[in-house]
Write a protein of this length. Structure first.
Length: 438
């Protein structure tokens, strides 16, 4: 090898292990920096998002990203797994403690894959599922026709009562008796009320169905003790780890009956996934450790108080809250009275630095791309340190923007949006987040 080639190889090796992203890839580094500024200057009101800890992000950005570890701790298909075993065992033990259950699989890459793994473990193709309809607050993976769950299973769906927006348990029971499903799925992504897990168990028992509770949205509130746990009632519980639980993006499966361990673990791997993301699992371990601290209980309580304060403020300004309010971190605004479309409202709020997502409301006359509703949530703002009084003020600012949009017939109202954006930026500056993106 020539001296020049040797030198080049040395440089590359040195660069690979020591050079920072800023030098290696200024384009990606720059975009990450812009995202940091966006998170600093916008109020995050998307109910499924949160601001995870720097510690979680450090664990995710670690050397663990290099390791293959198919299998489970102590039983891997690759060698060199001592330390990832230690980390994955920490995640499992902390998850079990946090949710008071006997078994946990922390390998699912997402909530969606957690649900797929449970279907694979417990059902055959063509099996019958009874679940909550997407436009009533359910989730795509609960049997939507556009999702694999809706394509591979025979799905019937329950919803909320027209008169009050609460889950219609009598309807669930009647449908279960008629349909005799193999599995009932409960849990939701846009439902703001306490879910009666015990009633779901009773219904599932009447028809001898599996009960799956998907608590992706509620996990942090359950861990924080402000919502009841389904672990005592459901055969299997699935969740994400990045929403109210405030960890890295990922999924997890929990259960109590040892007889389910083999089918569930084998469904995750090799049934569905390959190598687990051990760097993300390390982030999960860190997040679960933080959620076991006493102050996480205060956080969970504040999340609910803050969502309620914001929903009340919007209600006081004449906006319809689906089901009349919230017991959780999330609520839906029905925009039909104002004649607004969710897409226009979402865009207008974003110009005012208020970030939320448009969402279908029960029996929405609009298509899912447009919608007649907006979904708001308090997890990220509460992490930032905002109080109920701040959230009441945010509710007022949202109402200002929506009123402005209505006055302009659903078109931009730049003067209102700009004025609110200024106030939001001031509020964000009072509650700083990360100072560095990496
Ligand atoms: N995308 C998540 C949510 O916003 O609720 C669910 O998949």
């Amino acid at each position: 090898m020539s001296q020049a080639a040797k030198k080049m190889q040395e440089n590359q090796t040195m660069n690979l292990f020591t050079s920072a992203l800023k030098q290696v890839d200024p384009a990606v580094f720059g975009a990450i920096g812009h995202e940091l500024h966006r998170q600093q200057d916008y109020l995050e009101l998307i109910a499924s998002e949160n601001l995870t800890s720097r510690a979680v992000m450090q664990a995710q950005g670690s050397v663990l990203t290099n390791k293959y570890a198919e299998g489970l701790p102590g039983k891997r298909y690759y060698s060199g797994c001592d330390f990832v075993d230690e980390i994955e065992n920490l995640a499992i033990e902390r998850a079990k403690k946090l949710f008071t259950c006997n078994f946990a699989n922390v390998q699912p890459h997402s909530g969606s894959q957690s649900n797929q793994a449970v279907y694979l473990a417990l059902l055959q193709p063509g099996a019958k599922i009874l679940s909550m309809a997407l436009d009533h607050g359910g989730h795509l993976t609960h049997g939507s026709p556009v999702n694999i769950s809706g394509k591979w299973f025979d799905v019937k769906q329950y919803g909320v009562r027209k008169q009050d927006g609460y889950i219609d348990y009598d309807m669930v029971e009647e449908m279960a008796q008629q349909q005799k499903p193999d599995m009932i799925v409960c849990g939701a992504s846009a439902y703001s009320r306490v879910i009666d897990w015990k009633r779901f168990r009773a219904i599932a028992d009447k028809v001898d169905a599996w009960l799956l509770a998907d608590v992706a949205h509620y996990a942090g509130l359950i861990a924080g003790g402000v919502l009841p746990t389904p672990c005592d009632y459901a055969d299997v519980v699935t969740t994400t780890t990045h929403k109210t639980l405030r960890g890295p993006r990922g999924g997890m499966i929990l259960w109590n009956d040892e007889a389910l361990s083999q089918p569930i673990n084998q469904a995750v791997f090799p049934g569905l996934q390959g190598g687990p993301l051990e760097h993300v699992i390390a982030g999960k371990a860190v997040a679960f450790g933080l959620a076991l601290q006493p102050d996480f209980k205060i956080y969970a309580q504040n999340v609910v108080k803050n969502a309620q304060a914001m929903a009340n403020a919007l209600d006081a300004r004449g906006y319809t809250i689906v089901s009349g309010g919230t017991d959780t971190h999330v609520f839906l605004v029905d925009l039909r009275k104002q004649g607004l479309v969710g897409l226009d409202a979402q865009r207008s709020l974003y110009r005012a630095h208020l970030n939320c997502n448009r969402n279908t409301i029960p029996d929405d006359p609009q298509k899912p791309w447009y919608t007649s509703g907006l979904r708001f949530g308090s997890p990220a703002g509460t992490t930032r340190g905002l109080s109920a009084a701040d959230f009441a003020q945010i509710g007022g600012m949202v109402a200002d923007v929506l009123d402005g949009l209505k006055e302009n017939g659903g078109e931009n109202n730049a003067s209102v949006e700009d004025a609110v954006a200024q106030k939001v930026k001031e509020m964000c500056a009072r509650f700083p987040i990360y100072t560095e993106a990496l």
